[in-house]
Write a protein that binds this ligand. Sequence first.
Ligand code: ADP
Length: 252
Amino acid sequence: LLEITAQLNASNRSLQHLQQERTEMLANLSHDLRAPLTAIRSAVDYLTSGQSLSAQDIEGALTLIDHRTGTLEHLIRDMYELFTLEDPSHAFSFQELDAPAFLEEYFYTALPDSHYAGHLLCLSVSQDLHATLADPGKLIRILDNLLSNAAKYAPAGTKITLSAAPSADLTSLRISVTDEGPGIPPEDLERIFNRTYTVSSARTPGSATGSGLGLAIVKTITERHGGTVSCENAPGAGSIFSVTLPAKFLQS
Ligand code: ADP
């Protein structure tokens, strides 16, 4: 009986924690939705104020509306995706994938993307890898998120490496994206994958915008594969984001 009570208490605590995280995320999201909406509202008020505006003023206000609408679309899309992924009734289509072939094909498809034009993209895949059971579309989402973050936060001209290797005990496949950017402040490493991790705009370069949900999406997809996520600062500078998925390997 004592054991059952302890188990119930533990699941109660984790439910409370989840509930708290969800409330915090909704508070953050409504805050994040409000900022672009306020900007759009003031630009529209400005355009319809009746004062005579130069073509340049009009263009400036329209550009602002365009950017902020993009931010809202991004946020709403990621929010919807995260809620869908967390729904256990949302089925994944798991397939046995040849990991090296899959990663190589992904890499050479992503390479010409203009997102990565300013960076040096490298691939390092161990050929010992073999099959992993994964949903290919969801795996692409993980890779897109990690690589685009690397391109967003690391300065132009630096190297971004996509690598994959088996774990020492050959039971899992570790896929990593390493960059030479600013890295993650050590005090944030623990919570970087949390849905409630709020972006410090001071750290977001230039006009780059994000929903702040990309890494939570990576974590949710990985966990639904039975895997784990991690982030560490690379020696020197930069960060290493990794996902570890259960896998089978060729016997050498
Ligand atoms: P966002 O949409 O803001 O990029 P993410 O969930 O993808 O949201 O990332 C959360 C935060 O983690 C980012 O706002 C940024 O501060 C930090 N971050 C993510 N990837 C990197 C990286 N490669 N280098 C430095 N900081 C990063």
